[in-house]
Design a protein around this ligand. Sequence first.
Ligand SMILES: [Zn+2]
Length: 310
Amino acid sequence: MRDGQRLAERNGAVSDAIRKRPPFDKLEHKRLRADRFLQTVDDRNVRVVERREHFGFTPEARDERTEESSNPDILRFAMPLSITWLGHATFLLQSPGGKRIILDPWVTGNPTSPESAKKLGKLDLMLITHGHADHTTDAVSIARSSGAQVVAPYEVSVWLGKKGLQNVTGMNPGGTLNMLGLSITMVPAMHSSSIEEDGRIVYLGVATGYVIQFESGLTIYYSGDTSIFGDMRLIGEMYRPQIAFLCIGDLYTMGPEQAAKACELLGVKQVVPMHYGTFPALTGTPAKLRELVGPKGVQVLELKPGETAS
Ligand SMILES: [Zn+2]
């Protein structure tokens, strides 16, 4: 009898809670149901762009971050994700667990490369999306000087091996690597992949992108060079990235219009634009992207080369 009463009271409280719950859209509903943890993290990822010219974190930022987090899984990681743009499609990331990761390294001959890109120091990991020179020119030299393990599409990995790099893992879209406390999934991209050597084009397999899940559960999608494609919706559904790094320069890749639609397919609320402004031909701008996604509640994290968001 008493149990029956308690059950009735509990059921009453539950229906009250359901009645009081604010309405939310279908995607949000799916996310809540599928993974409450990620939903919590969703409110905690990169919010503020800090105009800083150095890598890493200020102790104040660390403390504030730790205090504001109420999730014990996040508390285990003292640092938020740090994102430094090194111009074009090159980024230096510092993971919540302190891993230093470089994406598509291009410093030599990159007109937007900041001074800081020349003194990267030790790195844990390098991810390469495809063979084009604006994504691989400094792969060998930086991997050697930094000690980074390299992950690349299979044919690019073989090509890097022929250049003398030994710590290279080749993979193909669909594969996931669990390493260094991270989960790295290679995903498709709609682009070409080749390098010019001795005046000839050498083809290097398919172009790719990456989904990276960090130690804290925070997940990002790095598109590589690509046009928009419908399976970005699948990437959104399966991996629920909170931040998307999207090319917006146009001509060789998506422009702002396609990137705006990509945000919708991926279900992200934060986007880091890349692959724009390097040459006059890359005409897409973060301002145009903001104009398109701002009204939909998507934040554009616009960095200048050398700047860090965390
Ligand atoms: Zn490119």
